[in-house]
Design a protein around this ligand. Structure first.
Ligand code: SF4
Length: 489
């Protein structure tokens, strides 16, 4: 068990190519020391300086920019026998007064460095820089030494192809890129809804659902193999939706895809006319059906995905530096987790996503309005509410069983006991249960329409899409902005 981090999830990496014997011996020495201290996995890009000396590579999802949606103070969502690495990072950073240091956007790994020693690398950089830190200044000029120390480690962990920072980067364009962006900018209360892509090769059901929602919602989200279970791809579903006359929000999750596949799929979407992309880390494969894929299936996390796509759009270059002559046009979004970790930690994660490039946030389902307000207040404290559009998540509960399933198994979703009790009180009658679920959703919609800082709602009806038009009508939500005109319900 390492001294400063939770135990490592998988053994340390080995390099792609075999080094010379002397380097191998040094690497083995470094691996032993850092393994005992930090559970180091020899990722080749050490960010311990940034993460309060808890190694983020001990997180089973390898997340380098904050926690997943299912993290809790008690245990890791993937492996309940271990603590959550990121809770440890936040807690220690808070104790050390270094919470804001977690805002820097950390780079994904460089495959050519993975498994190699880093101490010789650091020594090489120190000699090349020739600007300190100089040990003598530790005695003669402590402040200068500290500045040089910080700048040295910044250069070490932020490669030229990444250049991550802790600053907000507003989009480098002025006109709205999509109907969703135009609707949000107009100040209208915007409604989006989720459609699960089909399980089969037939597109009939998808077309039917799109036709049902067109005229009611501004855009429809298509999940990207949610819960690690395969369906028709989000990109294909989004294109079909577009052809049916409704604007899609393509969900793009980092799980199962390398950076190359992510860049390629996002560029493909741009070529097909898909403008809204919701960037996600994705549920771990362990949440999907068996057999699941091998561990370590994430190359990037949601923050890194946003950073990469924003730079492709605004700076016109791929991650490897190749120029993009005709830049893609994307309105970029992220998921928000009001009910995961304490709001002060979730707000840091949200700020990182916004700084990286998130222009809108669709939240996890809300069943507890008071707790949701705490999350909003934490975002407000970090001055985030004027930098992002927030669409609050709503799930109409179809049955008491569905309510309990969500409460017990869906990471990051909290269904309060009072809501469960109401669903249970509806008895065995299916219709009565549905009506109770609709009544709960309508009450929340009414509260959310009056909540400052909210720009709309995102309805996730989970295979019950036919209820969406009724919810919109009964709640008196505005119909989408069409061709510059606002149609009222
Ligand atoms: S709960 Fe999530 S963020 Fe925390 S260690 Fe597990 S996978 Fe990583």
């Amino acid at each position: 068990m390492p001294i400063f981090s939770p135990r490592r999830y998988q053994p340390a990496y080995l390099p792609l190519r075999r080094d010379k014997a002397a380097v191998r011996a040094f690497t083995a020495f470094e691996r032993t020391v850092k393994g005992a201290l930090f559970g180091c996995r020899m990722c080749g890009n050490c960010i311990l300086q940034e993460t309060a000396f808890v190694c983020p590579m001990t997180c089973p999802m390898g997340l380098r920019n904050g926690l997943c949606g299912g993290a809790s103070a008690e245990h890791c969502a993937v492996d309940p026998t271990r603590p959550c690495t990121w809770f440890k990072i936040y807690e220690r950073a808070e104790r050390l007064g270094r919470l804001d240091q977690l805002l820097e956007i950390n780079a994904p790994l460089d495959g050519n460095k993975v498994g190699h020693e880093t101490w010789l690398d650091a020594l090489r950089l120190w000699r090349e820089r020739d600007k300190g830190p100089h040990p003598i200044e530790l005695v003669t000029d402590r402040e200068k030494f500290q500045q040089e120390w910080d700048s040295f480690f910044h250069d070490l962990r932020q490669p030229a192809w990444w250049e991550g920072d802790a600053a907000y980067h507003p989009p480098a364009y002025s006109e709205p890129i999509s109907g969703l962006e135009a609707g949000l900018r107009s100040g209208a209360f915007v409604v989006t809804a989720e459609i699960a892509p089909p399980l089969t090769a037939s597109t009939k059901l998808l077309d039917k659902k799109v036709n049902m929602l067109r005229g009611y919602v501004t855009a429809a989200n298509f999940t990207d193999n949610a819960s690690a279970a395969a369906r028709m791809s989000s990109i294909a579903s989004s294109k079909l939706c577009l052809d049916d006359g409704l604007e899609p929000v393509m969900q793009l999750q980092a799980r199962d895809r390398s950076r190359v596949a992510l860049e390629s799929d996002a560029m493909g979407a741009a070529g097909l006319g898909i403008r809204n992309i919701l960037c996600l880390s994705g549920d771990h494969a362990c949440f999907g059906p068996s057999p699941s894929c091998k561990p370590d299936q994430s190359d990037l996390d949601a923050v890194q995905l946003l950073w990469m796509l924003r730079r492709m759009r605004d700076e016109g270059k791929y991650l490897d530096g190749r120029e993009i002559k005709q830049r893609p046009q994307w309105f970029l979004g992220a998921a928000g987790s009001p009910f995961g970790a304490p709001p002060k930690y979730e707000a840091i994660r949200a700020e990182k996503k916004i700084n990286a490039g998130a222009q809108f946030i669709q939240t996890q389902p809300i069943f507890d309005h008071a707790h949701f307000l705490e999350w909003l207040a934490a975002l407000d404290q970090r001055n985030l509410l004027d930098k992002v559009y927030i669409l609050a998540g709503i799930v109409p509960l179809k049955s008491s069983q569905a309510a309990h399933f969500m409460a017990d198994t869906v990471p990051g979703v909290v269904v309060p006991p009072a809501v469960l009790a109401r669903m249970d009180a509806a008895g065995e009658d299916k219709e009565a249960q549905q009506e109770t679920g609709i009544a709960i959703a309508l009450e929340l919609l009414e509260q959310l329409q009056q909540t400052p800082g909210i720009h709309g709602v995102h309805i996730m009806a989970v295979h019950w899409e036919e209820v969406v038009p009724r919810l919109i009508d009964d709640a008196g939500l505005p119909r989408p902005v069409l061709a510059g005109e606002r149609v009222m319900a």
